[in-house]
Design a protein around this ligand. Structure first.
Ligand code: AMP
Ligand code: MG
Length: 313
Protein backbone atom coordinates (compact mmCIF):
# COMPACT_ATOMS: atom_id res chain seq x y z
CA UNK A 1 0.00 0.00 0.00
CA UNK A 2 1.42 3.39 -0.99
CA UNK A 3 0.63 6.17 1.50
CA UNK A 4 1.54 9.84 1.16
CA UNK A 5 4.23 10.67 3.72
CA UNK A 6 2.08 12.87 5.96
CA UNK A 7 2.90 13.10 9.64
CA UNK A 8 -0.07 10.88 10.44
CA UNK A 9 1.00 8.20 7.97
CA UNK A 10 4.62 8.30 9.16
CA UNK A 11 3.28 7.59 12.67
CA UNK A 12 1.24 4.69 11.29
CA UNK A 13 4.37 3.37 9.57
CA UNK A 14 6.37 3.76 12.80
CA UNK A 15 3.85 1.45 14.52
CA UNK A 16 4.44 -1.12 11.76
CA UNK A 17 8.19 -0.96 12.43
CA UNK A 18 7.62 -1.37 16.19
CA UNK A 19 5.53 -4.48 15.54
CA UNK A 20 8.24 -6.05 13.37
CA UNK A 21 6.78 -5.16 9.96
CA UNK A 22 8.32 -3.68 6.81
CA UNK A 23 8.12 -0.07 5.67
CA UNK A 24 9.57 1.37 2.47
CA UNK A 25 10.52 5.00 2.92
CA UNK A 26 12.26 7.80 1.03
CA UNK A 27 15.81 8.81 1.86
CA UNK A 28 17.85 11.43 0.02
CA UNK A 29 19.72 8.64 -1.82
CA UNK A 30 17.15 6.00 -2.84
CA UNK A 31 14.04 4.43 -1.23
CA UNK A 32 14.89 2.07 1.65
CA UNK A 33 13.14 -1.11 2.82
CA UNK A 34 13.16 -0.75 6.58
CA UNK A 35 12.69 -2.97 9.63
CA UNK A 36 13.58 -2.76 13.34
CA UNK A 37 17.36 -3.35 13.23
CA UNK A 38 17.49 -5.12 16.58
CA UNK A 39 14.62 -7.50 15.76
CA UNK A 40 16.13 -10.50 13.91
CA UNK A 41 12.83 -11.80 12.59
CA UNK A 42 11.88 -8.38 11.23
CA UNK A 43 15.25 -8.05 9.48
CA UNK A 44 14.85 -11.57 8.06
CA UNK A 45 11.70 -10.35 6.28
CA UNK A 46 13.79 -7.77 4.41
CA UNK A 47 15.95 -10.56 2.98
CA UNK A 48 12.90 -12.66 2.10
CA UNK A 49 11.05 -9.86 0.31
CA UNK A 50 14.10 -8.60 -1.58
CA UNK A 51 15.31 -12.15 -2.33
CA UNK A 52 18.60 -10.92 -1.00
CA UNK A 53 21.27 -13.50 -0.10
CA UNK A 54 22.06 -13.66 3.61
CA UNK A 55 25.73 -12.91 2.88
CA UNK A 56 24.76 -9.33 2.01
CA UNK A 57 24.81 -7.08 5.11
CA UNK A 58 22.38 -4.20 5.66
CA UNK A 59 22.99 -0.57 6.68
CA UNK A 60 21.48 0.63 9.99
CA UNK A 61 19.86 4.08 9.91
CA UNK A 62 19.88 6.32 12.97
CA UNK A 63 18.43 9.76 13.71
CA UNK A 64 20.66 10.94 16.60
CA UNK A 65 24.45 11.33 16.71
CA UNK A 66 24.51 9.73 20.17
CA UNK A 67 23.13 6.47 18.74
CA UNK A 68 26.28 5.83 16.71
CA UNK A 69 28.22 4.55 19.70
CA UNK A 70 25.37 2.29 20.79
CA UNK A 71 25.90 0.22 17.65
CA UNK A 72 29.60 0.49 16.84
CA UNK A 73 33.01 1.34 18.31
CA UNK A 74 33.66 4.94 17.37
CA UNK A 75 37.05 6.55 16.74
CA UNK A 76 38.15 10.10 15.97
CA UNK A 77 37.79 9.61 12.20
CA UNK A 78 34.19 8.46 12.61
CA UNK A 79 33.34 11.54 14.66
CA UNK A 80 34.98 13.88 12.16
CA UNK A 81 33.12 12.30 9.26
CA UNK A 82 29.77 12.18 11.05
CA UNK A 83 30.13 15.86 12.00
CA UNK A 84 31.03 16.84 8.45
CA UNK A 85 28.52 14.80 6.47
CA UNK A 86 25.58 13.73 8.67
CA UNK A 87 22.74 13.79 8.16
CA UNK A 88 23.71 12.79 4.62
CA UNK A 89 24.74 10.13 2.11
CA UNK A 90 27.78 8.70 3.93
CA UNK A 91 27.82 5.27 5.60
CA UNK A 92 30.45 4.46 8.22
CA UNK A 93 31.61 0.87 8.72
CA UNK A 94 32.79 0.36 12.30
CA UNK A 95 33.62 -2.62 14.56
CA UNK A 96 30.21 -3.78 15.78
CA UNK A 97 28.81 -3.91 19.29
CA UNK A 98 27.10 -7.08 20.53
CA UNK A 99 23.54 -5.73 20.43
CA UNK A 100 23.63 -5.73 16.61
CA UNK A 101 22.16 -9.05 15.39
CA UNK A 102 24.35 -11.13 13.08
CA UNK A 103 21.71 -11.20 10.37
CA UNK A 104 22.15 -7.42 9.96
CA UNK A 105 25.91 -7.67 9.41
CA UNK A 106 25.79 -11.04 7.58
CA UNK A 107 28.01 -12.44 10.29
CA UNK A 108 30.73 -9.79 9.80
CA UNK A 109 32.24 -8.26 12.93
CA UNK A 110 31.61 -4.75 11.58
CA UNK A 111 28.42 -2.74 11.20
CA UNK A 112 27.43 -0.11 8.61
CA UNK A 113 25.69 3.00 10.02
CA UNK A 114 24.25 6.12 8.46
CA UNK A 115 22.11 9.11 9.41
CA UNK A 116 19.94 9.92 6.39
CA UNK A 117 19.08 13.54 5.57
CA UNK A 118 15.50 13.03 4.37
CA UNK A 119 12.95 14.46 6.85
CA UNK A 120 10.58 11.51 6.32
CA UNK A 121 13.33 8.97 7.07
CA UNK A 122 14.39 10.89 10.19
CA UNK A 123 10.81 11.13 11.45
CA UNK A 124 10.16 7.43 10.85
CA UNK A 125 13.25 6.51 12.89
CA UNK A 126 12.30 8.95 15.67
CA UNK A 127 8.62 7.99 15.88
CA UNK A 128 9.41 4.27 15.89
CA UNK A 129 12.03 4.72 18.64
CA UNK A 130 14.07 2.06 16.85
CA UNK A 131 17.20 1.88 14.70
CA UNK A 132 16.09 1.00 11.21
CA UNK A 133 17.95 -1.56 9.11
CA UNK A 134 17.32 -0.76 5.47
CA UNK A 135 18.82 -1.76 2.14
CA UNK A 136 17.43 -0.26 -1.04
CA UNK A 137 13.77 -1.19 -1.62
CA UNK A 138 14.27 -3.21 -4.80
CA UNK A 139 14.70 -6.89 -5.68
CA UNK A 140 18.29 -8.05 -5.16
CA UNK A 141 20.71 -6.89 -7.89
CA UNK A 142 17.99 -4.95 -9.73
CA UNK A 143 17.64 -1.18 -10.25
CA UNK A 144 17.33 0.91 -7.11
CA UNK A 145 14.09 2.86 -6.60
CA UNK A 146 14.08 6.66 -6.55
CA UNK A 147 10.26 6.96 -6.50
CA UNK A 148 7.51 5.21 -4.51
CA UNK A 149 6.10 3.66 -7.72
CA UNK A 150 9.45 2.00 -8.45
CA UNK A 151 9.15 0.24 -5.08
CA UNK A 152 5.58 -0.87 -5.76
CA UNK A 153 6.50 -2.20 -9.21
CA UNK A 154 9.17 -4.50 -7.75
CA UNK A 155 7.87 -5.41 -4.29
CA UNK A 156 4.12 -4.76 -4.48
CA UNK A 157 2.12 -5.58 -1.37
CA UNK A 158 4.89 -7.63 0.24
CA UNK A 159 5.77 -4.37 2.00
CA UNK A 160 3.28 -3.33 4.71
CA UNK A 161 3.50 0.40 3.93
CA UNK A 162 5.32 2.34 1.20
CA UNK A 163 5.65 5.98 2.29
CA UNK A 164 5.56 8.26 -0.74
CA UNK A 165 7.83 11.26 -0.26
CA UNK A 166 8.38 12.08 -3.95
CA UNK A 167 11.60 11.72 -5.89
CA UNK A 168 14.96 11.23 -4.13
CA UNK A 169 17.34 14.20 -4.45
CA UNK A 170 20.74 12.52 -4.56
CA UNK A 171 19.59 9.49 -6.53
CA UNK A 172 22.63 7.24 -5.99
CA UNK A 173 23.33 5.23 -2.84
CA UNK A 174 25.50 6.45 0.00
CA UNK A 175 29.29 6.39 -0.13
CA UNK A 176 30.46 3.55 2.16
CA UNK A 177 33.73 4.04 4.02
CA UNK A 178 35.40 1.26 6.01
CA UNK A 179 36.92 2.58 9.24
CA UNK A 180 37.81 -0.81 10.73
CA UNK A 181 41.36 -0.63 9.41
CA UNK A 182 44.23 1.80 9.94
CA UNK A 183 43.85 3.14 6.42
CA UNK A 184 40.21 3.99 5.64
CA UNK A 185 38.95 2.56 2.36
CA UNK A 186 35.93 3.31 0.19
CA UNK A 187 33.81 0.16 -0.21
CA UNK A 188 31.34 1.85 -2.53
CA UNK A 189 31.53 5.29 -4.18
CA UNK A 190 28.26 7.18 -3.71
CA UNK A 191 26.52 10.43 -2.81
CA UNK A 192 29.49 12.05 -1.03
CA UNK A 193 32.46 12.52 -3.37
CA UNK A 194 35.73 10.92 -2.22
CA UNK A 195 37.54 14.24 -2.70
CA UNK A 196 35.39 15.79 0.06
CA UNK A 197 36.13 12.93 2.46
CA UNK A 198 39.86 13.28 1.79
CA UNK A 199 39.65 16.96 2.73
CA UNK A 200 38.00 16.20 6.07
CA UNK A 201 40.34 13.34 7.02
CA UNK A 202 43.30 15.12 5.52
CA UNK A 203 44.61 11.96 3.86
CA UNK A 204 44.42 10.12 0.55
CA UNK A 205 41.64 7.50 0.58
CA UNK A 206 41.91 4.27 -1.38
CA UNK A 207 38.99 2.67 -3.18
CA UNK A 208 38.84 -1.00 -2.10
CA UNK A 209 40.07 -3.55 -4.63
CA UNK A 210 37.39 -5.77 -6.18
CA UNK A 211 38.99 -8.90 -4.73
CA UNK A 212 38.08 -7.95 -1.18
CA UNK A 213 34.31 -8.28 -1.42
CA UNK A 214 32.99 -6.82 1.77
CA UNK A 215 30.03 -4.98 0.34
CA UNK A 216 27.86 -6.63 -2.34
CA UNK A 217 27.64 -3.25 -3.95
CA UNK A 218 31.15 -4.45 -4.95
CA UNK A 219 29.83 -7.44 -6.91
CA UNK A 220 30.44 -7.22 -10.64
CA UNK A 221 26.78 -7.30 -11.64
CA UNK A 222 24.46 -5.18 -9.51
CA UNK A 223 22.15 -2.22 -9.89
CA UNK A 224 21.12 -3.65 -13.25
CA UNK A 225 18.18 -3.06 -15.54
CA UNK A 226 16.59 -6.10 -17.26
CA UNK A 227 17.76 -4.80 -20.64
CA UNK A 228 21.47 -5.36 -21.43
CA UNK A 229 23.53 -2.21 -21.06
CA UNK A 230 26.74 -1.22 -22.82
CA UNK A 231 28.93 1.76 -21.98
CA UNK A 232 30.37 3.74 -24.92
CA UNK A 233 32.53 6.83 -24.97
CA UNK A 234 31.00 7.96 -28.22
CA UNK A 235 27.54 6.37 -28.36
CA UNK A 236 26.33 5.10 -31.74
CA UNK A 237 23.34 2.84 -32.33
CA UNK A 238 24.13 -0.81 -33.14
CA UNK A 239 22.78 -1.95 -36.53
CA UNK A 240 19.89 -4.42 -36.37
CA UNK A 241 19.11 -3.68 -32.72
CA UNK A 242 16.59 -1.34 -31.16
CA UNK A 243 18.85 0.90 -29.12
CA UNK A 244 18.11 3.14 -26.17
CA UNK A 245 20.51 5.92 -25.27
CA UNK A 246 21.40 7.08 -21.78
CA UNK A 247 23.15 10.33 -22.62
CA UNK A 248 25.05 12.59 -20.27
CA UNK A 249 23.93 15.93 -21.73
CA UNK A 250 23.26 15.79 -25.50
CA UNK A 251 20.91 13.88 -27.75
CA UNK A 252 22.30 11.78 -30.59
CA UNK A 253 20.81 10.52 -33.85
CA UNK A 254 19.47 7.07 -34.61
CA UNK A 255 18.26 5.87 -31.20
CA UNK A 256 14.78 4.48 -30.51
CA UNK A 257 14.57 5.98 -27.02
CA UNK A 258 16.68 8.68 -25.40
CA UNK A 259 17.10 9.77 -21.79
CA UNK A 260 19.34 12.69 -20.88
CA UNK A 261 20.86 12.77 -17.41
CA UNK A 262 21.56 16.51 -17.27
CA UNK A 263 21.24 18.98 -20.13
CA UNK A 264 23.46 21.36 -18.15
CA UNK A 265 26.11 18.67 -17.76
CA UNK A 266 25.74 18.89 -13.97
CA UNK A 267 26.91 15.72 -12.19
CA UNK A 268 24.61 16.23 -9.22
CA UNK A 269 21.57 16.49 -11.45
CA UNK A 270 22.80 13.48 -13.45
CA UNK A 271 23.08 11.34 -10.29
CA UNK A 272 19.60 12.37 -9.17
CA UNK A 273 18.15 11.30 -12.55
CA UNK A 274 20.21 8.14 -13.09
CA UNK A 275 17.89 5.37 -11.84
CA UNK A 276 14.74 7.13 -13.04
CA UNK A 277 16.16 7.35 -16.58
CA UNK A 278 17.26 3.69 -16.42
CA UNK A 279 13.81 2.60 -15.22
CA UNK A 280 12.25 4.40 -18.20
CA UNK A 281 14.71 2.97 -20.73
CA UNK A 282 14.12 -0.48 -19.25
CA UNK A 283 10.43 -0.08 -20.09
CA UNK A 284 11.03 1.37 -23.58
CA UNK A 285 11.18 -2.03 -25.31
CA UNK A 286 14.70 -1.64 -26.65
CA UNK A 287 17.18 -4.53 -27.15
CA UNK A 288 20.08 -2.71 -25.58
CA UNK A 289 20.74 0.45 -23.58
CA UNK A 290 23.85 2.35 -24.64
CA UNK A 291 25.20 4.52 -21.84
CA UNK A 292 27.56 7.38 -22.53
CA UNK A 293 30.63 7.65 -20.30
CA UNK A 294 30.49 10.35 -17.61
CA UNK A 295 33.51 12.34 -16.36
CA UNK A 296 34.94 10.41 -13.39
CA UNK A 297 35.21 13.22 -10.87
CA UNK A 298 33.05 13.90 -7.81
CA UNK A 299 29.65 12.23 -8.19
CA UNK A 300 30.66 11.09 -11.67
CA UNK A 301 32.61 8.28 -10.02
CA UNK A 302 29.48 6.90 -8.32
CA UNK A 303 27.54 7.14 -11.58
CA UNK A 304 30.23 5.30 -13.58
CA UNK A 305 30.46 2.65 -10.82
CA UNK A 306 26.70 1.98 -11.15
CA UNK A 307 26.88 1.93 -14.98
CA UNK A 308 29.77 -0.56 -14.94
CA UNK A 309 27.85 -2.80 -12.52
CA UNK A 310 24.73 -2.53 -14.71
CA UNK A 311 26.90 -3.57 -17.68
CA UNK A 312 28.31 -6.43 -15.61
CA UNK A 313 31.97 -6.09 -16.63
P1 AMP B 1 21.94 -1.43 -0.22
O1 AMP B 1 21.40 -0.60 0.89
O2 AMP B 1 21.08 -2.54 -0.70
O3 AMP B 1 22.44 -0.59 -1.34
O4 AMP B 1 23.17 -2.19 0.37
C1 AMP B 1 23.88 -1.72 1.44
C2 AMP B 1 25.33 -1.79 1.19
O5 AMP B 1 26.03 -1.59 2.42
C3 AMP B 1 25.71 -3.15 0.68
O6 AMP B 1 26.59 -3.04 -0.42
C4 AMP B 1 26.33 -3.75 1.89
O7 AMP B 1 27.22 -4.76 1.66
C5 AMP B 1 27.00 -2.60 2.59
N1 AMP B 1 27.16 -2.96 4.00
C6 AMP B 1 26.18 -3.08 4.89
N2 AMP B 1 26.66 -3.50 6.07
C7 AMP B 1 27.99 -3.67 5.93
C8 AMP B 1 29.03 -4.09 6.79
N3 AMP B 1 28.78 -4.47 8.04
N4 AMP B 1 30.27 -4.13 6.31
C9 AMP B 1 30.52 -3.77 5.04
N5 AMP B 1 29.58 -3.36 4.17
C10 AMP B 1 28.32 -3.31 4.59
MG1 MG C 1 20.82 -2.09 -3.04
Amino acid sequence: MILKATDENIKKAAEVIKKGGLVAFPTETVYGLGADALNKEAVAKIFEVKQRPLIDPVIIHISKFGDLEKLGYVDERAIKLAKAFWPGPLTLVLPKKDIVPNIVTAGLDCVAIRMPAHPVALKLIKYSERFIAAPSANLFSKLSPTKAEHVYEQLGDKVDIILDGGKCDVGVESTIIDLTTEKPTILRPGGIPIEEIEKVLNEKIEIAKKAKIKAPGMLKKHYSPKTPLKIMENPKPIKGLKCGLLAFKEEREGFDAIEILSKKGDLKEAAANLYDCLHRLDKANVDIIIAETIPEVGLGRAIMDRLRKAQGL
